[in-house]
Design a protein around this ligand. Structure first.
Ligand code: COA
Length: 671
């Protein structure tokens, strides 16, 4: 298989005719960088950073030298940042994939009444996958066009062609993204079905014909029966893929010593995708439990071993109706994943199952169980992988909240960008919970350019900070008119940064390029990248992403730092779905508190817009008092702040809730 972690190979729909990603001007990036970090640093830190940045940018200095090298690189490559970005974002990351890296889409909960129902669902879904694969093979997917801001430009399609053809191979220091060569003649194709932690090869092309839904059901039924045979059962080897990448690479090299294992690994690495037939997971299903189950499988005792995390697409079908897709993120972004899964769900609702009665009776050869030869080292590594996964399961603090009070139509009526508005609401929520701003990541697509992936909208703008302070610190001087002006300024700043990013002029990819090219040139690391400010600005305590859907489902993922939040949101016309994650082990975070602050902020922002629209800036409101709120969203406690020592059921009323490591919860009284 060719290596994909350098330059992806060319296929039709790659977007060769799209413009190349621009290289921002050095001085512009340095100015924006200073503006982005100033309010996140102390005065002393900032003054030091200012000097370092000035030194880096002096005429004839390090910055200009590195910039010239990037200019040359841009001329020679289709996308100057692609491989730097891929390594930095994914392949160099040693953390375990579940929760830390792999996002998931959660389907609407299914109601399977009979055991056969869930096999039928899986067969129907798989038949949709094969149909979609036919479209991909024929390069028949319509080109995507940008929507929302600067709508209408064509987008690079190459990510789609990696959905079913790539594999993330673990390495001792860096992983490798590998891809199967596309061939003119259709190759025999197979999927891997995971059931009771066993892996089975299901050939989906036989005698040059793709299996139909009926055949697929027959084969899945055989797999279920084979998996039930306890005598044949093999240890839960899939758990190894849930471990840290270096540990998994080590385990894989042990496995590779035996030819049986090499053959089995080869079958998994070359499959189209996995179908994970999960057992019922125990607790009563809710959006939150389903999201957690998709992200980690519930650990070794549940479905955690019924996965192979290196494979980009794992379709999970749970006997209890908890279904979705878990994705290895390095080959593509969530938006491409959504397009594919929406196709599948529409296929399933638009073309009713063709299985009228029982499954096919035709004599298809039985699927094969993958065999493994276990060395004592492997048994130990499976046990340690199980322990690590268990810790991750216990650690994940997931909270999915459907906010029903309004959606993007209300925001559009205020003549504001819904995405910018939600980002400002997230800044308000964080400030309310923690009393300070933090470096924030919002992914923005740069697919307008050749091989474009994403860059970062730094949503913690100084304008957002001014607004959230006015909303939370209850200053006597902040009346509605002033708050509304600050809200407008925050939204404008956010929208401006969005446009900067989607047009390829943001700073994160540029700074990464400068840092990496210095390393490639074997230069000593420039001071700007050793500076504390750079580290602080890259600790994304708030990691956010808009993943909108047109079909009922939602996306979720974990936080990217131990003391942070992962917030994925899906704005709909009249409601917004938020998936908030954090880690229980951090004394600083709590997903339920964050959601409560978020809900309160969204309601406050709506009320502010309504009051200002109706021209009522009464003396009472000028004094910072909130009018009564009416909410459709069920929250146990409208004011989310808690005093130190208070239990969750006791409401409190300060405007800002601060968590610190010394004291689990501190409250900061309104000034
Ligand atoms: N007044 C009224 N309407 C407005 C408006 C305003 N001031 N500003 C925007 N709108 C409208 C837009 O026209 C658009 O309308 P539509 O729903 O009819 O298309 C809608 O509001 C949404 O626009 P907006 O909220 O501004 O955001 P967007 O859709 O342009 O999205 C990003 C912004 C950054 C999320 C998007 O560009 C992007 O990059 N998405 C990909 C993110 C990603 O990669 N996620 C997955 C990571 S794994």
């Amino acid at each position: 298989m060719p290596i994909l972690d350098q330059e992806p190979s060319k296929t039709e729909g790659d977007g060769d005719d799209l413009p190349k990603l621009p290289l921002p001007n050095l001085q512009d990036t340095l100015d924006i960088y200073l503006r982005c970090v100033k309010h996140l640093l102390t005065k002393e830190q900032f003054s030091r950073t200012q000097n370092i940045v000035k030194q880096f940018g002096v005429p004839g200095g390090e910055g200009e030298l590195l910039q010239r090298k990037l200019v040359e690189r841009r001329e020679k490559t289709a996308n100057w940042v692609y491989d730097f970005w891929l390594n930095d974002m994914y392949l160099n990351n040693r953390l375990a994939l579940p929760v830390n890296s792999s996002p998931a889409m959660v389907f609407p909960q299914q109601n399977f009444r009979l055991p056969i129902d869930y096999l039928r669902f899986a067969a129907h879904l798989l038949s949709g996958v094969l149909e979609y694969k036919t479209l991909l093979d024929a390069h028949a997917l319509p080109i995507d066009y940008a929507q929302g801001q600067l709508a209408g430009t064509p987008l690079c399609m190459e990510q789609y062609y990696r959905l079913f053809t790539s594999y993330r191979l673990p390495g001792p220091e860096r992983d490798t993204l590998v891809a199967q060569e596309s061939t003119v003649m259709p190759e025999p194709e197979h999927v891997i079905v995971a059931c009771k932690n066993q892996f089975f090869v299901l050939d989906v092309v036989m005698n040059f014909r793709r299996l139909n839904e009926r055949d697929l059901l027959t084969q899945l039924d055989k797999i279920l029966k084979m998996a039930e045979n306890e005598e044949e059962r093999q240890p839960p080897i899939g758990l190894l893929t849930s471990n840290g990448r270096t540990e998994w690479a080590e385990a894989r090299s042990f496995l590779m010593r035996e030819s049986t294992n090499r053959d089995s690994l080869d079958m998994i690495e070359r499959c189209l995708c996995l179908v994970c037939l999960d057992e019922a997971s125990g607790p009563q299903l809710s959006d939150t439990t389903c999201a957690a189950m998709m992200l980690h499988g519930g650990g070794a005792a549940k479905n955690g071993g019924n996965r192979w995390y290196d494979k980009p697409m794992q379709f999970v079908v749970g006997a209890d109706g908890c279904c979705g897709v878990v994705c290895e993120h390095s080959p593509f972004e969530g938006i491409v994943l959504v397009q594919c899964t929406e196709y599948l769900l529409k296929y399933m609702t638009g073309s009713p199952s063709k299985l009228v009665r029982a499954a096919s009776l035709s004599e298809l050869p039985a699927p094969r169980r993958l065999r493994w030869k276990f060395l004592p080292e492997i048994q130990k590594l499976i046990s340690s992988s199980a322990e690590k996964l268990e810790r991750l399961v216990k650690n994940l603090d997931m909270n999915v909240h459907k906010f029903y009070d309004y959606g993007k139509e209300f925001i559009k009526k205020q003549k504001m960008s819904p995405d910018a508005y939600v980002q400002v609401a997230l800044q308000l929520a964080f400030y309310r919970c923690h009393g300070r701003p933090v470096s924030t990541y919002e992914s923005a697509s740069i697919r307008r350019f050749q091989q474009g992936r994403v860059d970062n909208i730094r949503s913690a703008t100084p304008e957002a900070l001014a607004f959230v302070k006015a909303m939370t610190e209850g200053k006597l001087s902040s009346g509605d008119t002033e708050k509304m002006e600050l809200l407008q300024e925050a939204i404008n700043a956010q929208t401006k940064y969005t446009i900067l990013t989607i047009t390829g002029k943001a700073i994160d990819n540029h700074l990464l390029g400068l840092r990496e090219i210095a390393q490639e040139m074997k230069m000593e690391k420039p001071e700007i990248f050793k500076d504390e400010a750079y580290l602080i600005s890259n600790q994304f305590i708030l990691s956010t992403s808009q993943v909108p859907t047109t079909v009922e489902m939602f996306c979720c993922y974990g936080p990217v730092v131990p003391n942070g939040y992962g917030v994925c949101y899906n704005p709909q016309s009249d409601h917004i779905i938020f998936s908030v994650s954090s880690f229980h082990e951090s004394p600083l975070t709590c997903s339920a508190d964050f959601v409560r602050c978020l809900v309160q902020g969204l309601l406050d922002m709506r009320d502010l817009c309504n009051r200002c629209k109706h021209g009522s800036d009464s003396a009472e409101q000028r004094n910072g008092q909130m009018p009564e709120m009416h909410s459709h969203t069920k929250t146990s406690d409208k004011t989310p702040q808690r005093k130190s020592g208070q239990t969750k059921s006791q409401p409190a009323s300060p405007q800002v809730l601060v968590r610190s490591s010394e004291q689990k919860i501190q409250t900061k009284k309104p000034s």
